[in-house]
Design a protein around this ligand. Structure first.
Ligand code: RAM
Length: 336
């Protein structure tokens, strides 16, 4: 009985400590000697499968490189909460903060404050203002992503007709850079295609579904929906399916194979485009570690990113690679 009581008390204590702890922490075995680095890693939102996959890569890198990883972020997109977490990490005195920014300008003040306290800062997935961080780990160039999106949309529409975009938020730098470059490609190459509207969905599948349903009602000649944030791709597909417009309105976007497999197989979604998301998390932690150790300095042209090998820099951008197109034919080969 006493043993049972002790067990319950201990479990209660562990749970209470867990609840009060602001960030999840992954302790990894150090490579021996010296103080272990603590790298704090923040997604745009913790509930988004895309960032859960990024985190898996970050955890692997932490184990490979022998650093302690803190992981925290808003449950859903929330720029104010991101600022609050950065402030907590400043108080904690972490070595590096790595963040996917929801609001480019909004978060930069807090990141500058971290830098002023001697904390190194890098961004990944979605950048801050350039002076608020040392490096940005980019999944692929904005032009590369925009061109493959726009070229695929034009191909699906036979080079003409109306299309609409579902974006995440109007404050996230990655979304805005991609939108800007989609516009450029559209003007340059596809004069017969018309972008009717761009609607934000706050990185929420249900909101993307609702916005797509509204667009289908407002534009009866719509030929294609381009969803440029991962939760929006299955959301747009579901709306097209429920409106009975499968095949008539094409769906494409930046999404995870796992969240879109069924829609792709059923012919609702024609193309899903993405990069190796786990590697984005891995590369971010590798860059953060190299930065903290003084192995990656401003002006560098390459650096060694653990198991990913030597990575090229473009100015202060560390670019992971090229976007990839998943279709009915190849989607089964990918399990993320
Ligand atoms: C969402 C996020 C993220 C973006 C992906 C494609 O998960 O908005 O920033 O890179 O989509």
């Amino acid at each position: 009985m006493r043993k049972l009581f002790l067990l319950i008390t201990t479990l209660g204590l562990i749970m209470a400590t867990g609840c009060n702890k602001p960030s999840e922490s992954t302790n990894t075995a150090g490579s021996g000697g010296g103080k272990k680095l603590t790298i704090a890693f923040m997604p745009k939102s913790k509930g988004n499968q895309y960032f859960i996959t990024c985190k898996n890569g970050a955890v692997k890198a932490a184990a490979d490189l022998g650093i302690d990883l803190l992981f925290d972020g808003p449950t859903n997109t929330d720029p104010a909460k991101q600022n609050e977490i950065v402030e907590n990490w400043i108080t904690l005195g972490v070595d590096v903060i790595a963040v996917a920014c929801e609001n480019k300008e909004g978060i930069s003040t807090a990141l500058r404050k971290a830098q002023a306290k001697g904390i190194k800062v890098i961004t990944f997935d979605s950048d801050s203002m350039p002076d608020a961080r040392s490096f940005f780990v980019n999944q692929a160039t904005a032009t590369g992503i925009a061109n493959v999106l726009m070229d695929t949309a034009a191909q699906l529409c036979g080079g003409e007709g109306e299309f609409a975009i579902i974006t995440a938020t109007l404050t996230a730098n990655n979304m805005n850079e991609w939108r800007k470059n989609i516009d450029l490609r559209l003007k340059e190459k596809y004069p017969k295609m018309k972008l009717v509207e761009t609607k934000p969905c706050d990185d929420q599948k249900d909101k993307a579904q609702q916005e797509t349903a509204n667009l289908l009602g407002a534009y009866p000649n719509l030929k294609c929906v381009m969803a440029i944030c991962s939760p929006a791709v299955p959301g747009a597909a579901e709306a097209v399916k429920q409106a009975g417009k499968v095949g008539k309105v094409k769906v494409l976007g930046l999404g995870l194979p796992s969240e879109n497999r069924a829609y792709v197989k059923d012919g609702v979604t024609q193309a899903v485009i993405l990069w190796k998301v786990e590697d984005l998390g891995y590369l971010t932690i590798a860059a953060a570690t190299a930065l903290a150790k003084g192995e990656l300095k401003p002006g560098a042209t390459t650096f060694k990113a653990g198991k990913l090998g030597e990575i090229q820099l473009q100015g202060s951008d560390i670019v992971l690679g090229q976007p990839f197109v998943f279709t009915k034919e190849n989607i089964d080969q990918f399990d993320f």
